[in-house]
Write a protein that binds this ligand. Structure first.
Ligand code: HEM
Length: 387
């Protein structure tokens, strides 16, 4: 079959020539997309104006979910190889894109909120049993980011059931649960942070000694308090802080927190993220630090989306009506706002373990030059410009 030939017209209608290819509508398959707004209220001869907005909003969400998944898959692919500098930039660019899309998705809720609960009631009866709970792409997105089955709230642990009649969806879900998630891959990358090696810079050993010195000096200050109650208060507080630090210094305590779902990162990955946070001004840690910030932004924006969505749900159906998908509605959605759904929760909690700048272990000359040196870094967390 030959390529289609189109004649191209200029602004004044003059013929500019002929070109091979497709026109705008064909390229974007608008005939399909723009015909996909079937209003059930209209089909039932009781058209409700706002049903159109309801459909378009959901479709826009699904298209953006598709783009996010597309970006996430590509980022996961890059992470699963040994990184090179140009790829680190690509990761940053794509993560930033995901963040910007999520910002749009968070704000998009407001457009749907221009619909009043009464307007919604006019067509809600046609929706049952359809629900966002059946959004395959939303579940894939969660799984690819790293939301684990055991961390979901009880009702949500059964989410796969809704795809029971769709073997292709089930296959995709299973794959997304088995493949390394973005969190898994980020952890592996952090575990290779240069400077963690005990026989080298031994960041972790130096950091533990810095914390011990900090706590010891604060203990001396607390004991010098003349007021007995203030002294007791400060010493108690110090004891609590010591326990908090022990939770990262004692691998078995860290592991117990991981088992309880309160931490996700491996012990080594946690060390890498603390090190990058401390030395983010060194050239080789600058991009990794930006990556960590964007990962937190992603978690933060998804939580904001969950929150905006749950507020909208309360506004539309109140807090005691069941959802069209069969859950307790508002109550179920509110329970998903927990930290258990934050896949990078450890990055948020890093601030707990920061120490004043003056206590941060100084870099040795060789470590400093290692972190300035943009040469091939093999398995290191960062990569190089090939010089
Ligand atoms: C009037 C507007 C909306 C209402 C009243 C509403 C209501 C609900 C309710 C009650 C649930 C819980 C499951 C159930 O029992 O049905 C739910 C889940 C969900 N909805 Fe919405 N929704 C609205 C708009 C949206 C929009 C615009 C999206 C965008 C895609 C969306 C996506 C989702 C998703 C992904 C879930 C599953 C969340 C989870 O399980 O963590 N919803 N919705």
């Amino acid at each position: 079959m030959s390529c289609p030939i189109r004649s191209i017209e200029g602004q004044d209608g003059e013929q500019l020539g002929e070109e091979v290819g497709m026109l705008y509508g064909e390229y974007l398959m608008l005939d399909k997309i723009l015909k996909a707004q079937r209003m059930l209220s209209e089909q039932n001869n009781q058209p409700v104006h706002d049903e159109h907005l309801f459909i378009v909003t959901h479709q826009a969400y699904e298209l953006w979910f598709k783009q996010i998944i597309y970006e996430l898959d590509s980022i996961r692919n890059i992470f699963s190889d040994v990184l090179e500098e140009s790829q680190t930039l690509e990761i940053l660019k794509r993560l930033n894109r995901v963040v910007l899309i999520l910002k749009v998705l968070v704000d998009q809720v407001m457009i749907l909120e221009t619909m009043t609960p009464l307007d919604f009631m006019d067509f809600r009866c046609y929706l049952r049993p359809a629900s966002g709970f059946q959004s395959l792409q939303f579940r894939l997105l969660e799984n690819k980011l790293g939301v684990r089955q055991e961390n979901r709230v009880k009702y949500n642990q059964n989410y796969v059931k809704v795809f029971g009649n769709d073997p292709k969806a089930l296959e995709e879900i299973e794959k997304s649960e088995k493949e390394p998630s973005l969190t898994d891959l980020v952890q592996r990358w952090l575990e290779r942070t240069p400077g963690l090696e005990m026989e080298g810079f031994d960041f972790w050993g130096k950091y533990q000694r810095a914390v011990a010195r900090l706590l010891e000096e604060q203990k001396i200050l607390a004991e010098a308090e003349t007021s007995e109650s203030l002294k007791r208060y400060k010493l108690n507080d110090l004891e609590k802080r010591r326990e908090v630090y022990e939770s990262i210094f004692k691998p078995e305590v860290h592991q117990a927190l991981v088992a309880r779902g309160e931490r996700r990162f491996s012990h080594k990955a946690l060390q890498g993220s603390i090190m990058i946070t401390f030395y983010r001004d060194e050239p080789r840690f600058s991009q990794p630090h930006q990556i960590l910030t964007l990962l937190m932004d992603i978690d933060s924006l998804i939580t904001k989306w969950r929150y905006n969505h749950v507020l909208m749900v309360q506004r539309m159906i109140g807090s005691s009506q069941l959802g069209t998908g069969g859950s307790s509605g508002y109550q179920y959605l509110r329970s998903t706002l927990s930290d258990r759904y934050k896949v990078f929760v450890d990055l948020f909690n890093l601030s707990t373990f920061l120490i004043p700048r003056s206590y941060i272990p100084s870099l040795t000359t060789s470590m400093r030059s290692h972190l300035c040196n943009w040469r091939t870094a093999g398995n290191d967390v960062i990569v190089t410009n090939g010089n």
